[in-house]
Ligand binder design. Structure first.
Ligand code: ATP
Length: 687
């Protein structure tokens, strides 16, 4: 039965105040009826026993009950009063002077009045008037209080603070109306359950407990599932005590844990089902049995809609914020991807070892298996990672690359897993990490060997549980991400030397792909050189007329410590120096090319050096005279190549001076200084 909840006050005039008389003495009941009717009160009936009264109450719900204590049958007026209190119907006792014990029991039922027999008409009407006034007043007060509670709850839930803070404020507000020793709030979103537990430890003091805390405090081995009991088990807010409480707990292993740890005896549960399929379950728990009464349950019934709407709005708002953050990050990614995609899938090579890699890629790509790509710097690990992603069912989703070597150690965790607002100094906003960004797609963890040890443990957990936890967050977020990792370190050595976790190594190396260094697949060099020359000439808007003969020999005689990236750089330099009409010659001696007049970025230079730095550093020009000498050698080669192309002709249209954009006299002067004789024996091109 609902408490009167309309805004007009109940029975403000006598004619709207319907009265039930519960009295077994006919004469008294009759007297009462006459008095009441004369004063304009409708009397709905006269009951002689409690059972009789309950039937009438059920059928006609009176506004006030006039009640004798001693009635027919075993039950007394005091027994009925307890029930009237529960359903919020005011009552006035009409009884003879009683002993102290009975009076104490009467007081405990909180009656609206007490009239001593024999009574006068005036006594009855005054008592009724006072009762009407008090009751209207208390209903009005209750409505006001309830409205204030509703607004305060909406405010608390809408605040931009963590969910734990929102829930704690809500718990505090509710305590005054629905007292609890323990409040458990669970939110189930798809397969993830987030929960909040507040244990009351003082007047307005609560301890927020995690599931682990509770497990420890209960010293229980119950393997508690935090998942919510089925929605069908609830039909609006429900109260549980005694045997019913036992049944309620048996349906929910987490409740069993709470009951064991905190000696709880009764519960009041409010289930909320959102339009998007999310579910909340708010369970108030008390150490007192039968603690929750109809009025508590009815309050929750009235709060159900406002709470549901507020939670739906807050969740929708969060979802929009999350999606727009994801979109923002995806955009940044896609912009970077556009650059990376230019070359996508142009994996050049026909060496046996590379074909073996292709076979592995074809096998593993369609599965969701974690892949570990190993190989020296510049061997094409990223290219292979992209090829795996693009041949998988995730190809239409994002591939997120993260370089573990270039991130500052203190930011890697937040980069990978995201953070909650206020998780650390500077975390002004909630931010999703790369794992969440990659949801549904692939994450490429480059230079995995550089990942700090403590994060290795967290990564392992993600690979095993497929769940992440944002920095400063408590919720486990389910992710569906395929992981591809790459390294140029020997991870087995890293494991032996204690820098890499063995369990993570085995987990990553479920499917290892080893990329051979370029020096072990020399047959690919001419193909790669040709491919890069064409691609880079196109990029620079120059024609490419082929390689000069010596070039391939030079390329094949070199050991390529920087692998394919180094080869690409060497060809790029040659293209820059080439005029687009003569066959390509190498810009400078191999091994010296990396640091002189090299257009590659500092970052690439650093990457190219990789672990082969020891080998490379001997090729770096030692000082300025040496660099100058290298530059002169290059210039000499270049002039010779042009003269070769013009058959030694310096002047006139199409002559070397014109092609070099120099005055003929200047060219002749330079040739003389470089010891190039004017009469040249030149070979015709392509001979
Ligand atoms: N087989 C190939 N065909 C064409 N281009 C290639 C091939 N292998 C590598 N490359 C090119 O070489 C360069 C280096 O490759 P990539 O960045 O994939 O190497 P990596 O092994 O990931 O290097 P690092 O370990 O330094 O990160 C890239 O520009 C890539 O496009």
């Amino acid at each position: 039965m609902n408490m009167q909840s309309s805004t007009t006050l109940p029975f403000t005039s006598a004619s709207t105040c319907r009265i039930l008389i519960v009295e077994d003495e006919f004469i008294i009941a009759n007297d009462l009826q006459i008095i009441l009717k004369t004063a304009g009160y409708p009397v709905i009936g006269i009951a002689k026993s409690v059972a009789n009264a309950l039937t009438l109450i059920d059928q006609q719900r009176p506004d006030v009950v006039l009640l004798d204590i001693y009635l027919k049958g075993v039950e007394t007026g005091i027994d009925l009063a307890k029930q009237l209190k529960e359903i919020n119907i005011p009552f006035i006792y009409i009884s003879a002077n009683d002993n102290q014990r009975v009076l104490e029991a009467v007081k405990a039922t909180e009656p609206s009045g007490y009239i001593v027999k024999p009574f006068r008409e005036k006594d009855v009407l005054t008592a009724l008037e006072i009762s009407r006034y008090r009751h209207s007043h208390s209903v009005e007060m209750k409505l006001r209080e309830e409205k204030a509670l509703q607004l305060a709850l909406i405010d608390a839930l809408s605040e931009t603070v963590s969910w734990e803070k929102k829930m704690l404020t809500a718990a505090r507000l509710l305590q005054d109306h629905i007292p609890f020793d323990f409040l458990n709030i669970r939110h189930q979103h798809q397969a993830t359950t987030q929960q909040f537990n507040f244990y009351r430890v003082g007047f307005d003091e609560y301890q927020a407990l995690s599931v682990q805390d509770i497990q420890q405090m209960s010293s229980s081995r119950i393997n508690a599932q935090t998942i919510l009991p089925a929605a069908e088990l609830f039909n609006g807010p429900m109260r549980y005590s005694g045997e019913g409480f036992g049944v309620f707990c048996r349906q929910d292993s987490f409740m069993q844990l709470l009951v064991k740890g905190f000696r709880l005896e009764s519960a009041l549960a409010l289930p909320l089902s959102m339009g998007n399929g999310d579910r909340f379950l708010m369970t108030f728990l008390s150490r007192t049995s039968e603690h929750y009464q109809t009025n508590h349950q009815e309050l929750l019934e009235r709060l159900e809609q406002p709470l549901l709407l507020t939670l739906e709005r807050v969740l929708a708002y969060e979802e929009i914020a999350r999606l727009s953050e994801k979109l923002k990050q995806e955009n940044t990614y896609l912009q970077e991807e556009v650059k990376a995609l230019v070359n996508f899938d142009e994996i050049v090579g026909k060496s046996e070892s590379l074909v073996e890699v292709f076979n592995l890629v074809t096998q593993v790509a369609p599965t969701d298996t974690t892949v570990l790509i190993m190989g020296e710097s510049g061997t094409g690990k990223e290219l292979i990672a992209r090829a795996i992603h693009n041949r998988s069912s995730r190809k239409d989703k994002i591939l997120v690359k993260i370089n573990c070597a270039t991130l500052p150690a203190n930011l890697i965790e937040s980069e990978l897993f995201g953070h909650e607002k206020g998780a650390f100094t500077g975390a002004h906003e909630q931010r999703i990490g790369k794992f969440e960004l990659a949801n549904g797609g692939t994450i490429f963890l480059d230079e995995i060997g550089e990942l700090p040890l403590e994060l290795q443990a967290k990564l392992l957990r993600v690979l095993q549980e497929k769940e992440i936890e944002r920095v400063g967050g408590k919720a486990q977020i389910k992710t569906d991400v395929r992981v591809i990792a790459a390294t140029n370190r020997d991870l087995e050595i890293e494991v032996v030397e204690g820098r890499f976790r063995m369990d993570l190594y085995y987990r990553l190396a479920t499917f290892p792909v080893i990329l051979p260094p370029l020096r072990e697949r020399m047959v690919d060099i001419p193909l790669l050189a040709q491919f890069f020359a064409q691609k880079l000439a196109r990029k620079q808007g120059k024609p490419f007329v082929g390689f000069s003969e010596a070039v391939f020999q030079e390329l094949m005689n070199y050991t390529w410590p920087g692998n394919i990236r180094e080869l690409e750089n060497v060809i790029e330099q040659a293209i820059i120096l080439n005029n687009g009409q003569t066959p390509l010659v190498l810009g400078r001696p191999l091994g010296k090319s990396l640091f002189a007049l090299n257009p590659i970025s500092a970052h690439q230079q650093h990457k190219t050096m990789g672990k082969n730095y020891e080998q490379l550093k001997f090729s770096i020009p030692k000082d300025l005279p040496e660099m100058k000498q290298m530059q002169q050698e290059n210039e000499r080669e270049y002039i010779l190549a042009i003269l070769n192309q013009t058959n030694g002709r310096i002047r006139g249209a199409g002559g070397a001076a014109e092609l070099l954009n120099l005055k003929p006299t200047t060219l002749e002067y330079r040739m003389e200084k470089m010891g190039i004789r004017k009469v040249l024996t030149v070979q015709p091109p392509n001979s």
